[in-house]
Design a protein around this ligand. Structure first.
Ligand code: ADP
Ligand code: ZN
Length: 747
């Protein structure tokens, strides 16, 4: 049924979930309602796909043959129209096309066209004014009525059955019009899985239920934030406050103001592991008017949470990066906690940065954005210092607590004294001993999991490499396997070297598993827990571990960056950092920034309770400015040094940058294609800079070879246009090219 549109036909634009496709036009026959944001079933090639209407009055192209929409699924917008616009912006800015971006704004099953479908539960309840009757009740019936009288809100049939009230009893009571059965929506509640039910499961143990009295510095900050909210216009405020300065309390109080004023609040947090804590804090204040959005939820939970938000039943949405597309209307404030965190950037298409998308969303809706961090990104601080954001500083911790004192330990001296095998320095061992004696907690950070990061042959020096990637395999002792941390390839540890047959395989480079073993040996009586991706695979494991730490049931916590962020453990008075320089060797222009952020954050975990904190930082590079600045917890010193480096090297934020990865069957093929794209891009971008190509830092990943180049300039649009035009000339490359606008990692 294809035809040229007659003048009365309506033509719509549709985003379909196919990578790389732009908006498509279809003819919408009939006169039924058409809404931007509604889903439609449309033909695409020989298939049918579900797309989303982005424009109900698309321009017609005379002479162009249009296909008909098969089915309009929603009479009203499914995705709110302003979220449609947001997704379109993402599709263009990040060069991913609109379809993938719009998919982020919908719960999973709805992308296939599924309609709202809630789980239901049958609930018994008393009929309010039962008819008078002389008939005598049996014992079972009387028991059932007593139970229902004690539960005027009703009793789910399953619970009644569990209490021995059978279906026969229920039926007879229903027949006598004493009891009736209603159907409730059974919210698939992500909070219920924590074991307890009701509000107790939502709140964080000991979290204050009301606003706490603010410090002078906090009160000043809140006043400025409230002014920003009251202005009712788009504005971005950077809350640059040291660890423990009480930023979360400010989010809570600001959110309360917004909700009172009838606006809704969107709170983004970086990690799934952190969502329960922040959700708990918000639930302690806002009860069940809080919804949660993150990829760790089951499809059913996600569906229910999404629809609760869509119906306007919640005041506050807390979630990870996709929550920036939550179907919330009347957003007054968007809060991005730990705004510097790299998990806000999605590492598959669309490669969006949720902080930046939040700002775009706020701009469209005249809302306030609050970016909070103790270690803000250079991008945000540069924007603040250029006057584009308001910067609010919190320089002191609450309750006059001091920042932790930091001691840097030069590991070269430790190796000289105790051998190259030591992992725990003498000062760290002494400090942990001291904490154990006082019943205080210690946190030990090493940002690398596994037992040993390299297994190599003493005879020929070959190391065990992943057969699919250009990286060493990590030895995991409990699993007795070596594993690739990039593609998950795993194999038993070989007895002999694969290269020369030598029998002496040695392990080098330490990970958290090794540290756990060493700490257990050094402190046999201590209660120890390790938190890293290997130990927290199971759902709820992090929450349980965090809970145990909060209750003081743990003496020593060992972990990767997962333990460094956000958590507030008053019992931790000592933080040990095993190898502060782990990240510095990476060939990434953000290596210094990441190291500074991680160290500052983890040092900030110490001394958040009544006892002062201490941190011991072990390193081979005690003079490195990132380590020095983190030890001094001096953001400004770090910023000044790092900006010098970025300016000299022409790296963001002093320039805009697009990273382009070209994959190929061989290193040569990848390089040749990359070089061709570089030439074509350069021709169209004569005033900008195109750097490369070169083999990527991770030159081979999952059996694909990777070459990389960078487009740099002052304005993204001409850069993107030049690159996309070059790609249009080599369409066969599109599947093998990854375009990353504003990359956070170039590895
Ligand atoms: P940040 O996010 O800045 O690192 P938090 O918001 O986690 O800091 O606050 C640290 C701790 O101080 C939390 O336990 C919080 O409840 C508490 N707190 C915040 N503000 C105050 C205040 N004004 N008085 C007392 N305690 C506070
Ligand atoms: Zn691999």
């Amino acid at each position: 049924v294809s035809s040229s549109p007659a003048p009365t036909d309506r033509v719509i634009s549709v985003a379909v979930p196919v990578p790389g496709l732009g908006l498509l036009s279809y003819r919408a026959p009939g006169s039924g309602p058409l809404a931007k944001g509604a889903r439609v079933r449309v033909p695409l090639g020989g298939r049918e796909v579900v797309g989303c209407i982005t424009d109900t009055q698309a321009p017609t192209n005379p002479g162009h043959t249009l296909r008909d929409v098969i089915d309009v699924i929603d009479p009203e917008p499914f995705v709110p129209p302003d979220v449609v616009d947001l997704a379109l912006w993402v599709g263009e800015y990040y060069a991913s096309g609109p379809g993938a971006a719009l998919a982020l704004a919908m719960p999973p099953a709805s992308r296939e066209g599924a309609r709202e479908s809630f789980a239901r539960t049958r609930v018994l309840e008393l009929v309010p004014d039962p008819p008078a009757s002389d008939a005598r009740l049996g014992d079972k019936q009387r028991v059932a009525l007593e139970l229902l009288r004690a539960h005027p809100e009703g009793v789910p049939t399953a619970d009644a059955t569990a209490k021995g009230i059978g279906s026969g009893t229920v039926r007879s009571l229903v027949e006598r019009a004493l009891v009736r059965i209603r159907e409730d929506v059974r919210w698939r509640d992500p909070f219920a899985t924590s074991g307890t039910d009701g509000p107790a499961a939502w709140s964080v143990a000991g979290a204050p239920l009301q606003d706490v009295a603010l410090t002078v510095e906090q009160a000043d900050a809140l006043r400025r934030l409230e002014d920003g909210l009251a202005a009712g216009v788009f504005r971005t405020m950077l809350l640059n406050g040291v660890t423990g300065s009480g930023k979360t309390e400010l989010y809570l109080q600001l959110a309360a103001r917004a909700v009172t004023a009838g606006r809704r609040v969107l709170v983004l947090v970086p990690e799934i592991a952190l969502t329960p804590v922040v959700v708990g804090l918000f639930r302690s204040r806002f009860g069940d008017r809080v919804a949660i959005q993150h990829s760790g939820l089951s499809d059913g939970e996600r569906h229910d949470q999404w629809h609760r938000i869509r119906r306007g039943e919640v005041a506050v949405v807390v979630g990870t990066r996709t929550a920036v597309f939550a179907p919330t209307e009347h957003v007054g404030v968007l809060i991005v906690d730990e705004e510097h965190d790299s998990s806000y950037k999605q590492d598959e298409a669309p490669r969006y940065h949720a902080r930046d998308v939040a700002i775009v969303r706020a701009r469209a809706q005249g809302a306030l954005v609050v970016l909070g961090s103790a270690t803000p990104s250079l991008e945000s601080v540069q924007n603040a210092r250029a006057g584009r954001y308001d910067e609010i500083r919190l320089r002191r911790r609450v309750m006059n607590r001091d920042l932790a004192t930091v001691r840097i330990v030069d590991m070269r001296e430790e190796y000289a004294a105790a051998g190259a095998d030591v992992t725990l320095s003498r000062p760290l061992v002494a400090a942990i001993t001291n904490r154990l004696g006082r019943g205080e907690q210690t946190m030990v950070l090493l940002n690398r999991r596994g037992y040993a990061t390299v297994v190599f042959c003493r005879q020929c020096a070959a190391s065990l490499e992943c057969p699919h990637c250009s990286v060493s395999l990590t030895f995991h002792r409990t699993q007795r396997r070596v594993r690739c941390h990039y593609c998950n390839y795993a194999t038993a540890v070989p007895r002999r070297c694969g290269a020369c047959g030598g029998e002496f395989l040695e392990q080098l480079g330490i990970g958290t598993e090794r540290i756990e073993a060493d700490v257990r040996t050094a402190f046999p009586g201590a209660r120890i827990v390790r938190i890293d991706r290997d130990t927290v695979r199971r759902r709820g494991a992090v929450t349980r571990a965090i809970d145990a730490i909060g209750r003081g049931q743990v003496d020593i916590v060992i972990g990767t960056q997962m333990i460094a962020k956000g958590h507030d453990f008053p019992g931790v008075t000592l933080v040990g950092v095993i190898s502060a320089d782990v990240g510095l060797g990476l060939a990434d222009f953000r290596a210094g920034e990441r190291t500074f952020q991680l160290l500052t954050q983890v040092v900030g975990r110490a001394g958040r309770g009544d006892h002062p904190g201490e941190a011991i930082v072990q390193t081979l590079y005690p003079g490195h400015y990132a380590i020095q600045a983190a030890a001094a917890q001096d953001y400004d010193a770090f910023y000044a040094q790092e900006m010098q480096f970025r300016t000299a090297m022409r790296y963001p934020p002093t320039v805009a940058m697009i990273s382009v990865l070209v994959k190929g069957r061989s290193a040569e093929a990848a390089m040749a294609d990359a070089l061709d794209l570089v030439k074509r891009t350069r021709r169209r971008h004569p005033h900008g800079q195109v750097v490369g190509p070169a083999p990527a830092a991770l030159a081979k990943l999952k059996d694909e070879f990777r070459a990389q180049f960078f487009v740099k300039g002052q304005q993204r649009k001409p850069m993107r246009t030049a690159l996309l035009a070059a790609l249009d000339e080599r369409p066969e490359l599109k599947r093998r090219v990854i375009v990353d606008v504003d990359p956070v990692s170039v590895l």
